[in-house]
Design a protein around this ligand. Structure first.
Ligand SMILES: [Ca+2]
Ligand SMILES: [Ca+2]
Length: 186
């Protein structure tokens, strides 16, 4: 059984899943009837100063691999149609560059402002973390209906704590757009 995290909940992966090397972070969403929304998962790999060491450490649908080989985005899903994971990010924890302190996972809505789209139009959305080697689902965080007007959400973070990796279910919504995050972290 996976651990269900609540907003703000933390899970020490290194302590509780010591065998974990390769993780699959899956994002799934379902839409209310008659709605078509394109959600995009992006990853910001941040150094201690809270910035990207280089632009390439921003992994998204146009840059599918991080330079250290630790993060692989499996590609853009435009509709979210179907059950299960709609966008997936593969993380190899042992390859994360030593300068990286935090791996932040943001989910944003493509062309949200133009199309007047927001997370309130989603039936449900979740993030889950699976051990690739054992196929075991370790943690799951269901977003719930707490973001009716938001256009992007910091879903979760992997934080390096000395030599341990801790997953945090951040659940921080905003309405500023993906570009503002890029500006802040670049
Ligand atoms: Ca997408
Ligand atoms: Ca779906």
């Amino acid at each position: 059984m996976a651990i269900n995290l609540e907003k703000g909940g933390r899970f020490n992966l290194t302590k509780k899943e010591p065998s974990l090397q390769k993780a699959m972070i899956g994002l799934g969403w379902e839409l209310k009837p008659g709605v078509s929304i394109d959600l995009d998962a992006s990853v910001f790999m941040l150094a201690k100063n809270g910035k990207l060491p280089a632009d390439e450490f921003f992994v998204f649908y146009n840059n599918l691999n991080s330079p250290d080989g630790a993060i692989k985005h499996t590609g853009d899903n435009r509709t979210g149609v179907g059950e299960g994971d709609d966008e997936m990010i593969l993380v190899n924890l042992s390859k994360v560059d030593a300068s990286i302190d935090e791996v932040l996972i943001l989910v944003s809505i493509h062309e949200a402002i133009i199309k007047n789209h927001h997370f309130g139009l989603l039936e449900e959305a979740y993030i889950r973390l699976v051990n690739v080697d054992t196929k075991k689902e370790i943690i799951r965080y269901n977003l719930g209906n707490n973001y009716p007007h938001d256009t992007e959400i910091v879903f979760g973070k992997l934080k390096r704590n000395n030599n341990e990796w801790v997953f945090e279910a951040t659940g921080m919504g905003s309405q500023k757009g993906l570009q503002e995050y890029i500006n802040a972290y670049a």
